[in-house]
Write a protein that binds this ligand. Structure first.
Ligand code: AMP
Ligand code: ZN
Length: 108
């Protein structure tokens, strides 16, 4: 989607600090970090929110959690621990309408 900032990141048409990439997913540093480690894990395919995923998308959703594990090890927060957040919908405060998992770590 042309007007989606995360799709533009996937297409490398927007600047960002990519920490992981594979054919189906990408992880990059949040532009407005809320913790020493604040990374967003996204599917490359545009999906507006968790509420709008299709059955066919379930494998990629599972894959995203594998990516979370890999990125946590890479960032050195796997053993200490970290928090995952998925905002879904207006009342959650979701502001970017391309599914993403926030990984927050690096402090208690
Ligand atoms: P949410 O409120 O869950 O939709 O979170 C969207 C997140 O995307 C926020 O934490 C923003 O700081 C982050 N964000 C927005 N634009 C960018 C960007 N261009 N690069 C990295 N992170 C971004
Ligand atoms: Zn998108």
């Amino acid at each position: 989607m042309d007007d989606c900032i995360f799709c533009n990141i996937v297409k490398k048409e927007a600047d960002c600090d990519i920490v992981y990439e594979d054919p189906d997913s990408m992880a990059f540093t949040d532009i407005n970090k809320q913790a020493p480690v604040h990374i967003l894990v996204i599917p490359k395919k545009h999906m507006r929110s968790l509420a709008e995923i299709k059955d066919a998308d379930l494998p990629i959703i599972g894959h995203l959690f594998d990516v979370v594990n890999k990125v946590a090890q890479q960032q050195g927060i796997s053993k200490k621990g970290y928090r995952l957040v998925i905002n879904c919908g207006i009342e959650s405060g979701q502001s970017v309408w391309h599914l993403h998992i926030h990984m927050l770590g690096g402090r208690r």
